[in-house]
Design a protein. Structure first.
Length: 346
């Protein structure tokens, strides 16, 4: 009876965590929409509490618009904006921040309830504390990123800080998902294959590098520098890649574009090999049901990446394809994290 009660409590906590996973996915997608619509610098202040209330009258809107007019993005890029244009980009940045506040509430209120009801086991305390720190850090990193573009010189946020913000969000996503799996997935679902475990870890590490370059692509708007496929403006290796300075690998849009493409091909090839090896494993119903999904998702991801590049100059198509590309990227990441959890060395 006690075991059943503990399992019921663990399931309730796990469901709460999975709701958080879903909300973080939405938050990352909102971040993508915010970037693709050029909305990220529309709110020039960071007010974690009072910022939840948008401008409520014409005077407040004009004040917010006037603050936006002081930064380089308006002066050099959006100088023809009307108040209606400003309200559009303001909405997406406000909604992005508002969803983050909602995530905080969805974490805090059930946390207090579970604490009062003594539904947390001792071994859950440290992971919950780490989860809280990761969430708080994510908000701070987001503001540091935004602040990098609030000046006279920058038209957009710094792409390196964008990458840090993106990867930290994915770290929070994966940690929450892993925590939920710890509570939901019984040991009977684990499969043992030391070699495949190592392969999966290396594949996951390579995927993280690819996601970093995906953020660089977004921050540098590198897709627009070469809207061709399979070549890059008629070349396999961009001529600018001959610049052997280290900074070209992270700051030259065409170099970043080339690396992102090559990593995509490499990862897709490795996933095919991974799939062939995973098919040979017997046991673990969950693993058996899920092992084909990484291959299907990575192939879809490559296709969406190609389409995103080809339609990068079409703002509407870029918005929807870019968000879809980001979504499948997160799904692939979660699938590989799940495989790392399910596959054991012993």
């Amino acid at each position: 009876m006690i075991a059943k009660t503990d399992a019921k409590k663990s399931n309730a906590v796990a469901i709460w965590l999975l709701i958080g996973v879903g909300m973080i996915i939405v938050q990352v997608l909102l971040g993508g929409i915010t970037r693709l619509t050029g909305s990220g610098l529309s709110i020039t202040e960071w007010k974690p509490i009072l910022g939840a209330i948008p401008p409520m009258n014409e005077a407040a809107w004009l004040k917010a618009f006037e603050q936006y007019k002081q930064i380089g993005q308006f002066k050099h890029l959006n100088f023809e904006f009307t108040l209606a244009d400003f309200k559009f980009i303001y909405f997406w940045e406000w909604f992005h921040r508002e969803w983050a506040r909602l995530i905080a509430l969805v974490f805090l209120i059930p946390f207090i309830y579970f604490l009062v009801k003594k539904m947390f086991r001792k071994e859950m305390i440290n992971p919950l504390f780490i989860l809280f720190l990761l969430g708080a850090a994510q908000g701070l990193i987001g503001w540091i990123m935004v602040a990098s573009g609030l000046n006279d010189e920058k038209l957009y946020v710094d792409h390196l800080r964008l990458a840090i913000h993106f990867i930290s969000a994915l770290g929070l996503l994966c940690y929450t998902y892993w925590f939920a799996m710890m509570l939901l997935v019984p040991k009977a679902q684990h499969v043992v294959d030391p070699s495949l475990k190592q392969f999966t870890l290396w594949l996951l590490a390579l995927l993280v590098v690819q996601l970093v370059f995906g953020a660089f692509m977004a921050g540098l708007k590198a897709a627009n520098f070469a809207t061709t496929w399979p070549s890059i403006n008629g070349e396999f290796v961009p001529s600018s890649f001959s610049n052997d300075t280290l900074s070209s690998f992270t700051h030259d849009p065409l170099a970043v574009h080339f690396i992102h493409r090559m990593l995509a091909y490499l990862i897709a090839g490795l996933v095919i090999v991974w799939h062939l090896r995973a098919k040979k494993i017997i046991g673990g119903t969950m693993f058996t049901k899920l092992r084909s999904l990484p291959l299907l998702v990575v192939l879809l991801q490559v296709l969406l990446g190609i389409l995103t590049v080809l339609f990068a100059d079409n703002k509407t198509a870029l918005l929807w394809l870019g968000v879809a590309h980001q979504f499948t990227g997160m799904m692939f990441l979660l699938l590989m994290v799940g495989m790392v959890y399910l596959i054991r060395r012993k």
